[in-house]
Design a protein around this ligand. Structure first.
Ligand code: COA
Length: 162
């Protein structure tokens, strides 16, 4: 497994699994039927944002993350980030390693903290991963996410210093 900045050529591979994750409707506050142009604009960043891919030995993309300033100007030293592991590769440690790499990169980029604004409380795998990496739940916005099976559930605001 290698980690590197994404290039425009990586997008078709990212879109292949990003669309599946978003369509599932259980983890992201995105429209499940988001179109490719919009998804690409949201995920593929130019500086100061950054998009990272995890690739296998054949340079196939198995996971991706994106970081960008959570706010502008005097709030730009706190990063916001998103993570997606190809469901065919989930649960095998890719997410943890990608998150560690992304945290190191965010620190190197000069951010002082990372904040997640909307971690779905029923997304146990993500919540446990973020906690194990030192994130704490600052608050939970009640019933802020409409889960397709579980109905209205909370969104955690999670934070850690870098
Ligand atoms: C959440 C996500 C990034 C995690 O990546 P992953 O590669 O599947 O996770 P890993 O195999 O690295 O496991 C990381 C940790 O998650 C936790 N975890 C994994 N499976 C779990 C499960 N079934 N139940 C509870 N916790 C679990 C564990 O803490 C695990 O760490 P450990 O095995 O080292 O103890 C990935 O599943 C994903 O992209 N999900 C869909 C999109 C998403 O939810 N993104 C994050 C939004 S906040």
């Amino acid at each position: 497994m290698r980690f590197r900045d994404a290039t425009t050529e990586d997008w078709p591979q990212i879109w292949r699994f990003l669309r599946r994750i978003v369509a599932d409707g259980t983890t992201f506050t995105w429209e499940p039927d988001v179109d490719e142009t919009e998804a690409r604009a949201r995920w593929m960043h130019r500086p100061p944002g950054r998009t990272i891919v995890a690739v296998d030995e054949h340079d196939r993309v198995v996971a991706t993350s994106e970081t960008h300033p959570n706010q502008r100007g005097p709030g730009a030293h706190v990063a916001n980030a998103g993570f997606m592991v190809d469901p065919d590769h989930a649960g095998g440690g890719v997410g943890r390693r990608l998150a560690q790499y992304t945290l190191e990169q965010a620190r190197a980029d000069g951010y002082r903290a990372m904040q997640f604004n909307a971690v779905v409380e029923t997304n146990t795998r993500a919540v446990e991963l973020w906690r194990s990496l030192g994130f704490e739940i600052l608050t939970t916005v009640p019933e802020a996410f409409h889960h397709p099976e579980k109905g209205y559930v909370g969104l955690h605001l999670m934070h850690r210093r870098l």
